[in-house]
Design a protein around this ligand. Structure first.
Ligand code: GSH
Length: 198
């Protein structure tokens, strides 16, 4: 087996475990420690991530970091699972757009809100704001059961993982409650939870 995921229990690398389970990949979990917000934990010198963060994926000796890069790398590698959208697929563009929007706007907007900087004009101009982000998500989810429409994708894993972490970061209401319930009922997520912590 050549695929190793450096993973910290109860951290955002769980979504990559969920993805690996969706893909039916043959992989090894390498449990690693990270510093936590509550002051527990510590950086693991054996973690190959340049910042000692998770997730960090190693495929046949090659390191891939950054959640979105890992998602795209894996869904391209395990195309047959249908969780990504390969080159030539009509939803490839929207798929890439949701991945990039997640990393480039959703996560920064969430951090900006947590940091109490939502009123900053420069940040608003660059990222818009939490309400705009939530409206955009709601518009997509009102027109289909999943972000890309009819079928689940790795973009849903990212957004759902955020909603599981802090429900308030996603739009309130039944559309999103149902979406979270639908995605959270997937057997691959149950398998990932069972493996969390090794
Ligand atoms: N930009 C990275 C962020 C990864 C990240 O923040 N990971 C957290 C886990 S929730 C971590 O390792 N925190 C420990 C630390 O920053 O030292 C990604 O998207 O993969």
């Amino acid at each position: 087996m050549v695929l190793t995921l450096h993973h910290a229990p109860q951290s955002r690398s769980l979504r990559i475990v969920w993805l690996l389970e969706e893909l039916g990949a043959d992989y090894r979990l390498q449990i690693t420690d990270i510093p936590r917000r509550d002051g527990t934990g510590a950086a693991d010198p054996a973690n190959p991530h340049p910042y000692k963060q998770v997730p960090a994926l190693v495929d046949d000796g090659v390191l891939v970091t950054e959640s979105i890069a890992i998602v795209l790398y894996l869904t391209d590698k395990f195309q047959a699972a249908g969780i990504g959208r390969p080159i030539g697929h009509p939803e490839r563009g929207p798929y890439l757009a949701w991945l990039a929007y997640y990393a480039g706007v959703i996560e920064p907007v969430v951090s900006i809100e947590f940091a109490g900087l939502a009123e900053n004009a420069l940040l608003q101009r660059t990222f818009r704001d939490g309400d705009s982000m939530r409206r955009r998500l709601l518009t997509a989810l009102e027109s289909g059961p999943y972000l890309l429409g009819e079928s689940f994708s790795a973009a849903d894993i990212l957004v759902v993982s955020m909603g599981q972490f802090v429900r308030e970061m996603l739009p309130p209401g039944k559309v999103v409650d149902d979406y979270l319930a639908r995605c959270s009922a997937r057997p691959a997520l149950a398998r990932a939870w069972a493996k969390d912590g090794g």
